[in-house]
Design a protein around this ligand. Structure first.
Ligand SMILES: Nc1ncnc2c1ncn2[C@@H]1O[C@H](COP(=O)(O)OP(=O)(O)OP(=O)(O)O)[C@@H](O)[C@H]1O
Ligand SMILES: [Mg+2]
Length: 646
């Protein structure tokens, strides 16, 4: 990854500047301050140049200037810094504004397409855009300040850093942080894949349960089918035996009926009936005679009763006449004088008349009774005479009754035979129907078989999916392991440590003639032999102080420079987002001439290997450096940039 073009407008001391950052080799930044008579180069704006890069990328300078502080005093507004960043094939432009007439205070991120079109990647807020910028650069402000830009008075002090800070810097500088994100993504992916696999396994479990349930149903249904068939077979066998028995019984009854001579008996009864029918005329006549006898008897009784009534009336009339006769000589009820015979004569005559009539009637009735009695005797005799001449059918009736009983018995057998024959017929029909009947449970089995076929296919399909999902989970687990602290991360740190040591040793050996040694540790083995992270830089000095604390100022600076340059090498050589840029602002401070020469040698070498190294120094380095950028502050405060190759 390269920072290519840096453009500055109204930033700190600089009114306007533009220069290339990439593939420059070793460049010396110098300053001329015409605005301040007390200074030659101090305050010219040298440090403002790399600070502009720092600010455009992170919104803060190495000396922690931010907000309106960064606006050039002379302009008072319109601050704008942009830098182009090339990441493989992609070119981005980061633009930061402060009180800018167009850009206001905004941070913009553009993606410059090869065809000239611009894709604006600016997000809804500066915070979000900044996050995107950080992702593109792949280095935080801390890493930037510790390995890329060793700012004035901000020389990265790696040997004195805490384990935590050093860990952060080394991990980020080596690109392990990216793995952290990958580790998180891998774990997320593993969770998802496990979820998918478990869901499929659960689905298979459910399907298997369903299958088992259907199979159990099928077994019980099969039992029902078998049971039904057994029942049918038993019913057919027992029915057939029963039928056979019926047929035999019918045959036996046929024989019984034949032996009983039904026809002969029926003929005998008929014969008796004929005979009885023949005497029925006589019975009719007898009945008529009996009726006449009854009539005659009734006439006699009626006549006798009338005569008796007349006799009674005669007696009562005689009493009445005696009562009339008795009234003679008795006082009258009305006048009291005695009643004479003459006075009762009329009544007596009348009563006597009635009496006579009664006598006449009685005589007539008596005669009539006599005639009725004669007629009764006559008809009774006639009836008795006829009855005596009547045919005697009692024997025939008795015979008929006997024959009829026998016939009834036979008929009973016939009915029994008929019923039995019907029963046999019904039974034969039932056996036929039962034999032809479809087993009612078979349909259920067909249905279950169909269902089982579908479920088996589903299980088969899901099992294949499970196999694939398990494969995916295995891969995801492997990926998690690879990105886990014990995986590739440890491996990288394992590789990084010797590299840092080798680079630091290289720089220190030049700077100190191998007297001072600085050793980086990232991973240490604990008592159990397990790797444990432990970030530190151990310093040893053969000829002097035995720890970093006891080193001289110049020696400390040599260690600091060596460690920072080694870290820069790490950033420049990492697999993703390598940054081939180093800016050192007065890092040569406190070095003597010998130290300075050695440093310049290192920086030159570094510039050859790593693209661009910018160095700001008050020391006269023109003998060692061929490219010079001079920032010149004019009397009025405006700045100009002069680039020269010597
Ligand atoms: N907002 C600002 N506007 C204009 N000038 C500013 C602003 N902030 C700081 N300055 C001044 O800009 C000048 C340049 O600072 P800078 O740090 O770039 O100088 P320098 O060339 O690195 O000097 P030195 O050699 O002393 O480190 C200084 O005089 C400083 O006071
Ligand atoms: Mg400075």
């Amino acid at each position: 990854m390269k920072f290519t073009l840096l453009k500055i407008e109204n930033f700190l001391a600089i009114t306007e500047a533009e220069f290339r950052l990439h593939d420059r080799g070793l460049v010396l930044i110098q300053g001329v301050n015409k605005a301040d008579t007390s200074a030659d180069s101090n305050g010219a704006g040298k440090s403002s140049l790399p600070d502009a890069l720092c600010w455009v990328l992170y919104g803060i300078t190495a000396r922690d200037a931010s907000g309106d502080e960064v606006i050039n005093d002379r302009a008072g507004k319109g601050t704008k810094v942009s830098v182009d960043v090339e990441d493989d094939e992609d070119i981005y432009r980061v633009i930061r504004h402060r009180k800018h007439p167009k850009g206001k205070n905004a941070l913009h991120l553009l993606h410059l397409q090869k065809d000239g079109t611009i894709n604006d990647l600016t997000q809804g807020t500066d915070k979000l855009t900044q996050a995107k910028v950080n992702t593109i650069i792949g280095a935080s402000h801390d890493v930037f300040k510790s390995s890329i830009y060793a700012a004035q008075e901000q020389m990265p002090d790696l040997p004195k850093m805490t384990d935590k800070m050093l860990k952060m810097l080394i991990e980020e500088a080596s690109g392990v942080t990216v793995l952290e994100e990958s580790y998180k993504l891998a774990r997320d992916k593993l969770t998802t894949e496990r979820g998918t696999r478990d869901a499929i396994a659960q689905q298979i479990e459910k399907l298997t349960e369903k299958k088992d349930w259907h199979e159990r149903n099928k077994t019980s249904l099969q039992d029902q089918i078998d049971g039904w068939e057994e029942n049918r077979s038993e019913s057919v066998t027992s029915g057939t035996a029963e039928l056979k028995q019926h047929v035999e019984d019918v045959k036996a009854l046929d024989e019984e009926i034949a032996a009983a001579g039904h026809a002969v008996l029926a003929a005998a009864v008929k014969e008796c009936d004929d005979k009885i029918l023949a005497v029925s005329e006589e019975q009719k006549q007898l009945m008529q005679l009996n009726q006449k006898v009854a009539q005659a008897t009734s006439t006699v009784n009626l006549t006798r009763m009338e005569a008796k009534q007349t006799q009674d009336a005669h007696a009562r009339q005689k009493g009445k006449i005696a009562a009339i006769d008795h009234r003679v000589g008795c006082p009258c009820d009305e006048c009291g004088r005695e009643i004479t015979e003459a006075e009762i004569e009329a009544s007596r005559v009348s009563a006597m008349g009635v009496l006579k009539t009664l006598v006449d009637n009685f005589t007539t009735q008596k005669n009539a009774l006599e005639d009725a009695r004669k007629a009764l005797t006559l008809i009774t005799d006639k009836r008795d005479a006829f009855e005596a001449t009547m045919t005697d059918i009692s024997a025939v009736s008795a015979l008929r009754a006997a024959k009829q009983r026998e016939l009834d018995a036979v008929n009973e057998v016939i009915v029994k035979r008929r019923n039995l024959a019907q029963k046999a017929k019904d039974l034969a029909e039932a056996i036929k129907t039962l034999k032809a009947q479809e087993n009612p449970h078979r349909l259920g089995i067909t249905k279950i078989d169909r269902e089982l076929l579908t479920i088996s296919a589903e299980i088969c399909k899901a099992s294949e999916q499970l196999r694939l999902a398990e494969g995916t989970v295995d891969i995801a687990e492997t990926v998690v392991k690879v990105f886990s602290p014990s995986g590739v991360r440890a491996h990288i740190l394992d590789e990084v440590t010797p590299y840092l040591n080798q680079q630091t040793a290289k720089y220190l050996s030049i700077m100190s003639d191998s007297n001072i040694e600085a050793t980086w540790t990232t991973l240490v083995k604990n008592a159990k032999g397990e790797l444990r992270e432990n970030f530190a830089i151990e310093v040893a000095n053969e000829k002097g102080g035995k720890s970093f604390r006891l080193l001289s100022g110049g020696e400390k600076r040599k260690v600091r420079i060596s460690a920072a340059l080694a870290l820069q090498d790490l950033v420049a050589t990492r697999a993703r987002k390598p940054i081939e840029l180093f800016i050192g602002d007065e890092i040569d401070d406190a070095l003597d001439a010998a130290g300075l020469e050695r440093l310049t040698q290192i920086l030159e070498e570094k510039a050859t290997e790593r693209g661009s190294v910018f160095i700001i120094s008050h020391n006269s380095l023109r003998d060692w450096v061929s490219q010079i950028i001079t920032i010149q502050k004019e009397v009025g405060g405006e700045t100009t940039l002069i680039e020269e190759t010597v």
